[in-house]
Design a protein around this ligand. Structure first.
Ligand SMILES: Nc1ncnc2c1ncn2[C@@H]1O[C@H](COP(=O)(O)OP(=O)(O)OP(=O)(O)O)[C@@H](O)[C@H]1O
Length: 328
């Protein structure tokens, strides 16, 4: 298997407003030396609580957010170093699917034009070829040809996500970055869209960077999973190893809080996380392991020394005391 994307020590800092004229400008380190590899034709899920840095990692990896450091080798080219023209060419290889198909489609345009637009902007093919491609993709994502001239409001949420997927596929991308692609949809529709994404991955040999706070969703689609906590990957590995034998106490807490589909469907259900407290502030991250304050296994070393991400038999884990859940 060949590596499509090799991310090394990716770091992203955001400047925050100055608290006073004389004070130094504070920074928030949203992504802290994150490294991962994505193989061609595979899906890597990035999971974690809100604010853990999932979206910023993905956006920095495809240069839509500025990185403060690191490398992103995409088929060997460092995306962070490419000049504008080379990056423009590379943009065809990477497309995005957003959470909210309601707001990401222009309400005043017919869907045929919405889907064709990336090819128009990137001057791909003749007008006839572009139209034929739209028709082909419409069928591929499960929409009917007689729906081509309708407007977005004439479609359901799931159908609108199908339109977004068709649009993303017009440039024949190698990588789709899917940022919470089913979070805005009813649970019953979520499965249909996840199945479609899994099917397209096989048919087209696509790779996915798949961002979700929902482990159940990631399990459906991803070959590998990386768990983020306060801007760092704390555990990563093949999906089966991560779900069956998680080694990091934070992954174990996330998994034990992941509800069954039936519970998620029940009205008013709020997902609990079986650890107390909140993550520390990313403005002043603690010197040791960021999870130490919430961790049932934490010892002195955890509060002082940050653990490295170390490969193990199943997953790679950044913890001074990794081990199965029943050791908590
Ligand atoms: N433009 C920005 N300026 C300042 N801080 C930001 C900016 N964008 C994100 N952050 C901060 O960076 C951290 C990571 O945010 P990010 O959106 O990547 O997390 P996430 O895991 O994707 O969360 P969510 O699931 O809520 O989107 C958070 O502390 C967030 O407040």
């Amino acid at each position: 298997m060949s590596v499509l994307m090799d991310v090394r020590d990716l770091t992203v800092r955001f400047a925050l407003p100055k608290p006073s004229f004389f004070a130094e400008r504070p920074h928030l380190e949203a992504v802290r030396q994150v490294s991962f590899q994505l193989e061609a034709g595979k899906a890597l899920g990035i999971v974690g609580e809100s604010g853990s840095g999932k979206t910023t990692t993905a956006m920095a990896a495809i240069r839509l957010t500025k990185a403060a450091g690191g490398q992103v080798l995409f088929e060997g080219d460092d995306l962070l170093e490419l000049d504008d023209e080379a990056m423009r060419q590379r943009r065809r290889d990477v497309q995005l699917i957003f959470q909210d198909p309601y707001s990401s489609l222009n309400p005043r345009a017919r869907v045929v034009d919405i889907v064709r637009e990336p090819m128009d902007l990137m001057e791909i093919g003749t007008p006839e070829e572009r139209h034929a491609k739209v028709e082909e993709l419409f069928a591929l994502v499960g929409l009917r040809p007689d729906q081509l001239n309708l407007f977005p409001h004439q479609f359901s949420g799931g159908q609108r996500q199908r339109i977004s997927i068709a649009r993303a596929l017009t440039t024949n991308p190698k990588l789709l970055v899917c940022d919470e692609p089913v979070s805005a949809l009813d649970v019953a529709i979520q499965a249909q869209i996840l199945n479609l994404l899994a099917e397209l991955k096989e048919k087209l040999g696509l790779s996915y960077l798949f961002i979700s706070h929902d482990l159940g969703v990631v399990r459906h689609v991803c070959d590998e999973v990386a768990v983020m906590y306060l801007g760092k990957i704390v555990e990563s590995g093949p999906t089966s190893a991560l779900f069956e034998a998680p080694q990091h106490p934070y992954t174990q807490a996330l998994l034990s809080a992941a509800p069954s589909l039936a519970r998620r469907k029940s009205k008013g259900y709020v997902r609990p996380l079986k650890v107390s407290g909140d993550p520390p502030s990313p403005i002043n991250p603690p010197p040791g392991c960021a999870f130490a304050e919430r961790c049932p296994r934490a010892q002195d070393v955890c509060r002082k020394t940050p653990p490295d991400l170390v490969p193990g038999a199943g997953t790679a884990v950044a913890c001074h005391y990794p081990g199965p859940a029943d050791t908590i």
